[in-house]
Design a protein around this ligand. Sequence first.
Ligand code: CA
Length: 220
Amino acid sequence: MRILLIEDDPMIGESLEEGLFKEKYQIDWARDGLEAETLIAANSYHLILLDLGLPKKQGLEILQNYRNAKGRAAVMIITARDSTSDRIVGLDAGADDYLVKPFDLDELFARLRALLRRSLVPENREIFHLGLSLNPSTHEVVYQGNSLHLSVHEFKLMLALLDEPGRVVSKSKLEEKLYGWDEEIESNTIEVYIHSLRKKLGQEFIKNVRGVGYKVANKS
Ligand code: CA
């Protein structure tokens, strides 16, 4: 599960980052509103933790822009603003939950789990990662603004690698995702597809982890 934390307070940010990391979430931390929007544009997240008072751009504006752009991740507002009207404005702007600071980390984790259960990644949703977008329903691929042709197997392979960016996926797992039970698999097909994908996306996009498998780069 990939979470974007948007928080300018270094102490709160560090404790959340550490806590979420221990809970095995993959976490990106944006320290101001503009950095948050850059990360949102470049990646897909399962959940966004959003502080409201931020440098450069306010949290509510980020949320409104995100929902206007059809962003579908669950959003939880974390803020010290605890008036009822603040909560209503936040929820109306498209937040799914609202937690007032200071909060207990265990309560935050419980609410995250509940939100993630409810919002689990709809099938066929468009995937974005580091300038690459894949649309499983239309099969369209755009990389750095240019549309790109991927074969059916290359497309499936990319989807499998982007399921959890940064995580290593073994070759056998990739073969499993690419082929049905009855299909015969040549021993080096995954290597062939990786080679061809690298020609299209550059050498650095997919990393080889020797003896383990492959992963996509997590940061440019
Ligand atoms: Ca703040």
